[in-house]
Write a protein that binds this ligand. Structure first.
Ligand code: AMP
Ligand code: MG
Length: 330
């Protein structure tokens, strides 16, 4: 199947959302952030990015449903209402023609429940909101899922250096992958795509690993025990959001560990769909902590999986064995 049209629309939508997020991040003031019931900070940019991406997708593919992270309930009433004019202003700059009603309807068009049938998009308008608020890494993550399989992913990383070893160099990139067609990166500012590949590290000792900045999202204690068991010498690379998948896909890290901190937490499909296909098409492997493939078919969550282990593929079995030993998995 040819996904040229889907890739073009998805890439343009993600780039527009990135531009919106960059504008908000550069002028972030405390009133732009409210607190959702679960205490995650959510900003004008989360809603604005979701409105813009959903609108672009619905214009091009009106019949394809969308599973997106946010919903507009809080914007209709209470303190969230005060955010609407700001969201409208930012969204209108990158997508003319919004009014309040269209804006809210667009955000709510991401309310699909997912599942194993047909095709749908999944969107995280800002993955790594905490990184975004700290002025650090975040990502706009969009993927297309067909019959439970991710077939296309686009990841916009506005603050990610094109070369991690040159932190003063150009920042901002868009990674993308179509199943069976390899993985690509281009700078956010110009369309000059380059193929990316995972590292060729075959000894875990030489495998730098990445993990969440937030120890409440992934256990740093367990990862340091796993690193010790594997003999990993380098310090962990801590980055917010699916930028971790980007860093694994381009070979700057060889392992991504996301180790459960709570028994009851279930990963969300929008947190892993785009990142995982990019790593796989770059030659890597992404499973859960048991080594089981990610199953995107149950609905809005990865309820059949626990945690995440991504690697360059070559060292996957050894990393899974070490994870199993440290976490005492059967
Ligand atoms: P990261 O930037 O990789 O730490 O991940 C950010 C994502 O972590 C957010 O999009 C949340 O959906 C997700 N998240 C929130 N709580 C947890 C948790 N307890 N364990 C794992 N992920 C979580
Ligand atoms: Mg997220």
């Amino acid at each position: 199947m040819n996904y040229e049209a889907e890739l073009k629309v998805a890439t343009e939508a993600v780039i527009k959302a990135c531009r919106l997020c960059m504008k908000v991040q550069s002028s972030l003031v405390s009133e732009d952030s409210i607190t959702k019931k679960d205490n995650t900070p959510v900003t004008v940019a989360d809603y604005g990015a979701q409105a813009v991406v959903c609108r672009e997708l619905k214009n091009a593919f009106p019949d394809v449903p969308i599973v997106a992270e946010e919903d507009a309930a809080v914007l209709r009433k209470g303190e969230g209402k005060t955010l609407v004019p700001g969201i409208l202003e930012y969204a209108s700059e990158v997508f003319p023609g919004f009014d309040e009603e269209k804006l809210i309807a667009s955000i709510d068009s991401g309310d699909y429940q997912g599942g194993s049938e047909g095709r749908f998009w999944t969107l995280d308008p800002i993955d790594g909101t905490k990184g975004f608020l700290r002025g650090e890494q975040y990502a706009v993550a969009l993927a297309l899922i067909e019959y439970g399989e991710v077939v296309l992913g686009v990841l916009g990383c506005p603050n990610l250096p094109l070369d991690l070893r040159n932190q003063d160099g150009e920042r901002g990139c868009v990674l993308s992958a179509v199943r069976g067609e390899e993985a690509w990166v281009r700078p956010l500012a110009h369309n000059t795509p380059k193929k990316i590949q995972v590292s060729d590290v075959s000894d875990p000792k030489n495998a730098p690993f990445c993990e969440s900045v937030e120890s409440s999202h992934s256990s740093h204690d367990d990862s340091s025990r796993i690193a010790e068991l594997l003999g990993v010498k380098a310090e962990p690379i801590r980055i917010d959001s699916q930028c971790k998948y980007a860093v694994l896909a381009n070979g700057d890290a060889s392992i991504y560990l996301r180790l459960p901190t709570r028994k009851d937490y279930v990963e969300k499909i929008w947190d892993h769909a785009a990142g995982s296909i990019i790593v796989e098409e770059a030659g890597g492997l992404v499973t859960d902590i048991y080594g089981k493939s990610l199953d995107f078919s149950p609905g809005r969550t990865l309820s059949g999986n626990k945690g995440i282990v991504g690697t360059n593929g070559l060292i996957h079995d050894r990393v899974i064995a070490a994870v199993g030993e440290v976490l005492d998995l059967d």
